[in-house]
Write a new protein. Structure first.
Length: 212
């Protein structure tokens, strides 16, 4: 069976109502062009990104790394965390159909201030920004893809900040649960509590209320 191209993988998430989100939705506009690009320039695509199988506990980026990579999760779950007062604090949970990375640090060539790890056995597409930059002048579609990716990341950050400012922990958990309940329920409670800005005890109470 031939391996799927990236545009085929992306399309499966864009047409699946259960995995659609605001941050990949803009890529609908690029899908046809991406298909044409991958069909005509398969030799270039081999340098731009590669699909990688990862096992639980694998580290994609360590604190202090100068990473030039970003990631798209085809299956599995990625966690991004920071160390605050010698404790791990989960800042992002990346589910299938979503992008992850240290975009600002990569562009500015700064050391990463987070660690990105594999939470569950995963299939991850790894993109190389350095190679991307080499090719995007010759192929404007790549610059457009990067622009969409950057805008989607900013949208994610804005929504994340607004959620933390204006929603209760109960509402944040409900929202996360509605997003992809089957994945959220498979996560350790401490990671979910961290992500929604709650304690494990409070999250346990929230879950009991929702079960009633």
């Amino acid at each position: 069976m031939p391996k799927k191209k990236f545009y085929e993988v992306l399309r499966t998430f864009l047409v699946d109502p259960d995995s659609q989100n605001n941050f990949t939705h803009p890529f609908f506009k690029l899908l046809k062009h991406l298909e044409e690009f991958e069909t005509c320039h398969s030799d270039v695509c081999k340098h731009l990104y590669v699909k990688t199988k990862c096992k639980k506990g694998d580290i994609l980026v360590n604190v202090g790394d100068r990473s030039n990579k970003f990631f798209f999760v085809e299956s599995g779950i990625i966690r991004t965390f920071s160390m605050i007062n010698d404790k791990e604090r989960t800042v992002q949970i990346t589910l299938p159909g979503e992008f992850s990375g240290t975009y600002s640090n990569s562009v500015l060539n700064l050391p990463s201030d987070v660690t990105i790890e594999i939470l569950l056995k995963s299939a991850v597409w790894v993109f190389d920004w350095d190679v991307w930059n080499d090719y995007k002048i010759e192929y404007p579609l790549l610059g457009l893809f990067e622009q969409f990716n950057s805008a989607s990341y900013i949208m994610f950050l804005n929504e994340r900040v607004n959620d933390l400012l204006f929603l209760t922990s109960f509402e944040r958990y409900e929202k996360l649960l509605n997003k992809r309940s089957q994945f959220v329920k498979s996560l350790p409670l401490k990671y979910v509590a961290d992500y929604i800005g709650s304690s494990v005890e409070n999250l346990s109470r929230i879950r009991k209320i929702l079960l009633k």
